[in-house]
Design a protein around this ligand. Structure first.
Ligand SMILES: C[S@@+](CC[C@H](N)C(=O)[O-])C[C@H]1O[C@@H](n2cnc3c(N)ncnc32)[C@H](O)[C@@H]1O
Length: 216
C-alpha cells in the first residue's frame, strides 16, 4: 500500500474509533486491563512517577494508573475518547494527575527527549500501523523515555482468533470491524528490561488489526 493509501486507512480508522466511542461510552468497562495491572507493578519497581500512555481510549487504564499515584499523559487520536476520559478523571477526583492530548501516534510524539519515566500502550501496536510505522513509534518511545525508563505494551499474535481475518491492507495488516467490540481476547505483553535502550519488544510475525475486536 502506498503512502496515500496508508493515510486514507489511518483517517478511516480514526473516524471508526470516533464513531465507536461516541456510540459506546465506557465500552471497555471501568476496571483496568490485566496488562495495566502488570504495568503498575513494573513501573513501581522501576521507581517511575510519570507515565505516557499511547492509544489510551476512554482511559480505563489511565484512570487506574492515576489512582495508583502516577501522573499520566494520555494520548489517542480519538478526541471523543479523550473527552470521556477527561470527564471521568474529573468525576473520580484524579484530574490533577491526568493530561489528555489528541495525537496520532504515526507522527513524532509531542514531547522532548528524556521526558517520561514510563510508557504504556495496550492494544495500540496492533492497530493499522505498518512495520516502519511501528519501528518509528518504538524509536519515539525510546527518545522520550528517561534513562532507565520502561515501556510496557501489548501485541496481537498469530494464535489470536482474529489474526489475518477481515480485510487485508498489505504489510501483514488487516482490519476487522465486523467483530464484536466486546469480544474478550488475550493479548500477551512483554516486560521490558530496566534500561531504556534495551527493552524486549515482542514483534508478532503477523499482525491482526481489529479496531473493533480488541477487548482484553
Ligand atoms: C483497542 S483500543 C484500546 C484502548 C485502550 N488502550 C484500552 O485498552 O482501553 C485502541 C485504541 O488505539 C487508538 N488508536 C488507533 N490507531 C491510533 C493511532 N494511529 N494514533 C493514536 N491512537 C490510535 C484508538 O483510537 C483506540 O482508542
Amino acid at each position: 500500500m502506498d503512502d496515500d493509501g496508508r493515510r486514507e486507512l489511518g483517517d478511516a480508522q480514526r473516524a471508526h474509533w470516533q464513531e465507536t466511542y461516541t456510540a459506546h461510552p465506557g465500552m471497555y468497562g471501568e476496571q483496568p486491563s490485566a496488562p495495566a495491572r502488570h504495568a503498575t507493578e513494573v513501573f513501581r519497581a522501576a521507581g517511575a512517577r510519570d507515565v505516557l500512555e499511547l492509544g489510551a481510549g476512554q482511559g480505563r487504564d489511565t484512570l487506574a494508573l492515576a489512582h495508583e499515584g502516577f501522573t499520566v499523559r494520555a494520548t489517542d487520536f480519538s478526541a471523543a475518547a479523550l473527552e470521556q476520559l477527561r470527564a471521568a478523571a474529573r468525576a473520580q477526583g484524579v484530574e490533577d494527575r491526568v493530561t489528555c492530548v489528541v495525537h496520532d501516534v504515526r507522527p513524532p510524539l509531542p514531547l522532548p527527549d528524556d521526558s517520561v519515566d514510563a510508557v504504556f500502550a495496550h492494544m495500540l501496536l496492533c492497530m493499522a500501523l505498518s512495520t516502519p510505522e511501528i519501528h518509528a513509534v518504538a524509536a519515539e518511545v525510546r527518545r522520550v523515555l528517561r534513562p532507565g525508563g520502561v515501556f510496557v505494551h501489548t501485541v496481537r499474535h498469530t494464535g489470536d482468533a482474529h489474526c489475518g481475518t477481515g480485510t487485508a491492507h498489505g504489510d501483514e495488516t488487516s482490519t476487522n470491524t465486523a467483530a464484536s467490540p466486546f469480544t474478550p481476547s488475550l493479548a500477551p505483553w512483554s516486560t521490558p528490561s530496566p534500561t531504556a535502550g534495551s527493552w524486549r519488544r515482542s514483534t508478532p510475525s503477523r499482525r491482526a488489526t481489529s479496531p473493533a475486536a480488541c477487548g482484553a
